[in-house]
Design a binder for this molecule. Structure first.
Ligand code: 6PG
Length: 247
């Protein structure tokens, strides 16, 4: 696994670097297999990245969009991760709807929605139950509490290792989320982290020893390539590094 930690001068530089990586991975996947599969992060940090992708003139019909997690609200709700990405990017370029794979949030039981999305991924990637597909790219953020996707501290979702998708829980509110093993199967994982409020979580994430139950982002150890893109406010205490860890 190759782990790169970069501290960028400000959020603009962070977004530019994440765009460079996005474009590199998209072009490589499309050149190699004719398709690029990416799971988007929610929250606020990645929005300028999605806005920047609009003008890149990529072959949208060769890109498939998934979400790493979703709040359990309709897509037109202001908290919807799907809604944010559609507004910032997908609707701006007339992205082919068949290539957009939102997490369902219309089942009375969120567990059913999680099962549906898992089945959808199994069909799309043509993999049998029990196997994990390798997305080309998974974008992630972290919360001040060290969560990532919707893997929140001390929740049941952290214990799920035999499913692709599970139900997350944020203060009693249901979420749909990739599980850690699904994220870790990705060819490339990129964290985008900005702002001083993330310093403490980053200190725990990069500590030699720590408790993933308390800081779920520590669970993310993909087999291939892991990028931590931090702006200076978030990464004040973090040493930039490039580490090659042989499998
Ligand atoms: C979500 C995200 C979540 C997010 C972090 C950071 O649904 O909220 O997927 O994991 O990445 O909470 O959010 P900000 O980028 O807004 O700080």
């Amino acid at each position: 696994m190759k782990k790169i930690v970069e501290v960028l001068i400000d959020k603009t530089a962070l977004i530019q670097k994440s765009l460079d990586i996005f474009l590199e991975k998209a072009q490589a996947a499309i050149a190699e297999r004719g398709v690029f599969t990416v799971a988007l992060a929610g929250g606020n940090t990645p929005k300028p990245l999605y806005e920047a992708i609009v003008t890149q003139g990529l072959p949208w019909q060769k890109i498939h969009i998934f979400w790493g997690d979703e709040r359990y609200v309709p897509p037109d709700h202001p908290d919807s991760n799907q809604g944010m990405a559609r507004h910032a990017w997908l609707d701006q370029v007339g992205f082919p709807e068949t290539n957009v794979h939102p997490m369902p949030t219309d089942e009375a039981d969120p567990a059913l929605a999680a099962q549906k999305y898992e089945a959808h991924l199994q069909t799309f990637f043509q993999i049998p139950p029990g196997q994990f597909p390798a997305l080309d790219l998974v974008l992630l953020g972290i919360g001040d509490d060290g969560h990532t996707a919707s893997l929140f501290p001390f929740t049941e979702a952290l214990k799920v290792h035999d499913r692709l998708i599970t139900v997350g829980n944020k203060d009693g509110q249901p979420r749909i989320t990739f599980t850690a093993p699904l994220i870790n199967q990705a060819k490339t994982v990129v964290f985008l982290v900005a702002g001083a409020s993330k310093q403490l979580a980053l200190a725990e994430i990069f500590a030699e020893n720590g408790d993933a139950n308390h800081c779920p982002a520590r669970l993310i150890q993909p087999q291939e390539e892991l990028w931590w893109l931090l702006d200076q406010s978030a990464g004040k205490q973090v040493q930039p590094s490039i580490v090659e860890i042989s499998a």
